[in-house]
Design a binder for this molecule. Sequence first.
Ligand SMILES: Nc1ncnc2c1ncn2[C@@H]1O[C@H](COP(=O)(O)OP(=O)(O)OP(=O)(O)O)[C@@H](O)[C@H]1O
Length: 321
Amino acid sequence: MSRADFSADLPPEIAARVTGSVLNEGRATVVLDVAGVGEDARGALERAVIKALSGRADVSDVRVVMTAERKGPMIIAVGSGKGGVGKSTLTANLAIALAKKGVKVGLVDADIYGPSQPVIFGSQSVRPDARDNKPVPIESKYGVPHLSMGHLVTPGKALAWRGPMASGAITQLLEAHWSSETEVLLVDLPPGTGDVQLTMIQKFKPAGAVLVSTPQDLALIDAARAGQLFDTAGVPVIGLVENMSGYACPHCGEVSDPFGAGGVEAAAGRLELPFLGRIPLDMAIRQGSDAGDPPAAGDGPMAEPFNAIATRLGEWISARS
Ligand SMILES: Nc1ncnc2c1ncn2[C@@H]1O[C@H](COP(=O)(O)OP(=O)(O)OP(=O)(O)O)[C@@H](O)[C@H]1O
């Protein structure tokens, strides 16, 4: 994937709205700032970009991403390149740690393909109320109202959704009845750079994104790719978090590094991104998450790494509020 400059191919009034563009294996992605542009005119802008770039020999497909500032809580996306690296665990515990610091925070589980927040918050059996056809977020004993696709569909039903359905689902969650007091919404994204991420960026431009990765190379490369999508769309990457770094053997106490260690911090350095902290691989984190008892809610040693990252995130939020 590389940055591209299409300004010579586009009419000047459209080129002036371009905030980022990349060309990756023939697919051109162009990000347009459409603040103040009506629905109809947006369609015309999109068609004009597709027409202008389709003529290029090196372009086989054109994707137009439209962003516009909107009012409401500050949205912070938590993303990863790969699945299973601990994004949901981090999002839930960060939200709880922020709430303990007095931030009015809500959580959206936009991982519509594998929603895990209802398990982490112990709210699997709860169905949210609806008002005016919009869901009302579920309160939790941890001070974090939350809403997940897992609350809206039959449990266990595979969500093999693509395109418009996935985009509709995330819109429903973000446009729910969040209290007017909510300052920050943390959004647990599905892994990768698919439809949900695009809808997030286009319709609900996040103020920033946190990326989580395990220390090994493959996860890191994917995380960097996810980061590039945010960067291209003008969404600042707040920083990188290393999860599952270092494993303390519960029997002998020896610390080993099944996935390597320090890789994410080194990658953050290379990418010139802030490093927000590391979370060790610890059985108590997995057990707490599975039991609806997230470690950040307590004051045991496993709350510490989440508190430290929440402090850095809190500073970033305050600087922008
Ligand atoms: N630091 C950790 N120590 C121990 N277990 C962890 C840690 N982080 C996450 N886990 C466990 O790893 C599994 C995957 O974590 P999680 O669901 O948070 O990942 P994810 O990146 O959100 O995955 P997906 O995208 O597939 O939903 C869960 O069982 C979780 O409890």
